[in-house]
Design a protein around this ligand. Structure first.
Ligand code: ZN
Length: 345
């Protein structure tokens, strides 16, 4: 049987829509009929075939896409906990299960980590296979358009959980989808004030909608002073860096309070210079890198927050289109337009 799929078929920019055979699940894998997928910046990098994509260990052709949800329609004999009919979302991080990290509760940063939709075929298709371990069972109350975004949402929630933001002021730098999810997560976890920074007006509107109390364009003069003013001159308790901009990260330490915490989620394309003396040592700042969700502690908390209604993420969705329009979806991302784009096969 064949299925519709969006592939990265060859080197150079562009993607290909093509019918390919429905994949067979391997041992300990499930076959999932995709209900919805979401488009991520990583997919754009692969489509553009930029320097990162060229060095990411991708073998072509590749079915693109890694954020999705769907219904289990086939299981291999060694699958134990899932069955046909289960509603699941995909965890992108595919751990080896044998390395030091995997054996010490850190499977999400497995030494031999493989990524779904990057190192093996992904979900911009009607069907996808995924290890049973990485298919997270969901309640039917989570709509597919939300369930498709749980992977990136979990990254943002993880950052917010690490920052322990209850009763705290938080700045979210960069209000693309990851930043917008961080805003919603910070509010859900009881942040007292959330300030969103972005250079695009459209995104600042989304940031307000996602729950920001204050939004600022960091290109305006005295942005740091305005944040200091808003915190009585003390500086903010916590920062989620979701822009990947070196300039933004360097300026963030101007308004992080002494003893403050900063979670890095954005990926700068080049090395960043920090003034470690004043910015980190004397400040006793805590900096933590976030590479995705803890497996599966973050997922458990995320589903708790979503099902009880504390975490609200629908405002982040700005486009929902058929899988056939994947190129248009990627073009929206390339133009920096909108929030999260959902594709329905
Ligand atoms: Zn491992």
């Amino acid at each position: 049987m064949d299925m519709k799929a969006v592939l990265k078929a060859s080197e150079g920019p562009g993607v290909t829509r093509r019918c390919v055979p429905v994949p067979d699940p391997g041992p300990e894998e499930v076959l999932v009929r995709v209900k919805a997928s979401a488009v991520c910046g990583t997919d754009l990098h692969i489509a553009q075939w930029n320097t990162w994509a060229q060095g990411a260990g991708i073998r072509l052709p590749l079915v693109m896409g890694h954020e999705f949800c769907g219904e289990v329609v086939g299981v291999w004999s060694r699958v134990r906990a899932l069955g046909v009919g289960d509603y699941v979302a995909g965890e992108t991080h595919l751990p080896c299960g044998a390395c030091y990290q995997c054996r010490n509760g850190l499977q999400h940063i497995c030494k031999n980590l493989k990524l779904f939709g990057i190192h093996r075929d992904g979900c911009f298709a009607e069907y996808a296979t995924i290890p049973e371990l990485c298919a997270y069972r969901l309640p039917a109350t989570i709509p597919p358009r939300v369930a498709a975004m749980l992977e990136p949402l979990g990254t943002s929630l993880r950052a917010v959980l690490e920052l322990n933001v209850g009763g705290s002021s938080v700045v979210v730098v960069g209000c693309g989808p990851i930043g917008l999810f961080a805003v919603a997560s910070a509010k859900a976890m009881g942040a007292s004030r959330v300030i969103g920074l972005d250079v695009r007006d459209e995104r600042l509107v989304l940031a307000k909608r996602a729950g920001c109390d204050i939004v600022l364009d960091p290109r305006q003069p005295a942005t740091a002073d305005r944040i200091l003013d808003a915190t009585g001159g003390v500086g903010v308790d916590a920062i989620v860096e979701a822009s990947g901009s070196a300039v933004a990260l360097e300026s963030a330490f101007q308004y992080l309070r002494k003893g403050g915490r900063c979670a890095l989620v954005g990926l700068p394309s080049d090395p960043v210079r920090l003034n470690l003396g004043p910015d980190v040592v004397f400040k006793e700042a805590t900096i933590i890198g976030i590479h995705g969700r803890e497996m599966f502690r973050t997922w458990t908390r995320m589903l708790e927050l979503l099902t009880c209604g504390l975490l609200v993420v629908e405002p982040v969705i700005t486009h929902e289109m058929p899988l056939e329009q994947a190129e248009e979806a990627l073009a929206l991302l390339e133009a920096g337009k909108g929030g999260k784009v959902i594709l329905v096969p």
